[in-house]
Design a protein around this ligand. Structure first.
Ligand code: FE2
Ligand code: FE2
Length: 278
């Protein structure tokens, strides 16, 4: 995906909400460390998978996640170059954090991955449904980057879950992995957007706290039920129907159309085809 972040790229890319911009930028900071961790977990677990079809799916999944973190790394480099050198220190902390998690059992790492993928699936649905609010007037590349990422999260929703079920399958441990992932990711994301907002001189201001609260309520309100579904013993991600907008995005991508890396953020309510700039 040829995302372009021009020289005049605005880090507060949301038209009227700098805190929201930095919350989402802060999430991006995490991904070049978190996604390699989940890739390695699934790669190691695949050695224990005896179903060739699932092995193939895991391989494709690894390919998609690798693309995600490479694109987010490109974006993060722009972010740092735009005046956030403090992020280097934060990156070291995140890297260390995932080095520590790699010392845990493979079962823990795969349960964390399956849990994370459920959180990613639920938030992907929330982001697509709320795209008009989240990306209103936003830079084309940043909106397109996140929409591409969440489309693929929905596309490969079953894989980590199936690997966990195939290799381990223990119900309570699966729930534990999801809760552990949720708490850990919350801490990781918060630590990252705090660095950004402190650098902006916005941390500690009532307006910033209000914006964070509003976003948290809106976002978790929309995705919490989807996350908690993971705790239902009979749950399988395939039970969650794919949104129409996502299916259209995938179909459009398969036609080889250009422009999915710079969707028109003035037409967020429209179909992907109508958002593709000429
Ligand atoms: Fe991803
Ligand atoms: Fe994923």
């Amino acid at each position: 995906m040829p995302f372009e972040f021009p020289a005049n790229f605005q880090m507060h890319w949301h038209a009227d909400d700098p805190a929201l911009s930095q919350l989402i930028n802060g999430t991006s900071v995490l991904l070049p460390y978190m996604e390699p961790f989940i890739i390695d977990a699934i790669r190691d677990a695949t050695k224990l998978v005896t179903d060739p079809a699932l092995q193939q799916e895991a391989k494709a999944w690894i390919g998609q996640e690798a693309q995600h973190f490479m694109q987010h790394r490109r974006f993060n480099e722009v972010l740092i170059a735009k005046g956030y050198p403090q992020l280097r220190e934060r990156e070291k902390e995140i890297e260390h954090e995932y080095e520590e998690l790699r010392k845990r059992s493979l079962k823990y790492q795969v349960a964390y991955t399956a849990g994370f993928e459920t959180i990613a699936l639920a938030t992907a649905h929330a982001i697509i449904a709320d795209r008009a609010h989240l990306f209103r007037g936003a830079d084309l590349a940043i909106a397109s980057l996140w929409l591409w990422h969440v489309v693929e999260e929905i596309e490969h929703k079953n894989v980590a879950f199936d690997v966990y079920q195939h290799v381990y399958g223990e119900y309570w441990y699966r729930v534990y992995g999801m809760v552990a992932a949720m708490i850990h990711l919350f801490q990781m994301v918060r630590g990252s957007y705090m660095v950004l907002l402190k650098a902006d001189g916005l941390w500690g201001k009532w307006k910033t706290h209000w914006a964070i609260k509003k976003f948290t309520v809106r976002f978790f309100g929309a995705s919490l039920l989807g996350i908690l579904r993971h705790a239902l013993p009979w749950h399988h991600p395939s039970h969650v129907a794919n949104p129409a907008w996502m299916k259209e995005w995938v179909a459009l991508h398969d036609t080889g159309v250009r422009g999915l890396a710079k969707l028109d953020t003035g037409r967020l309510q429209r179909s992907p085809a109508e958002m593709v700039s000429a």
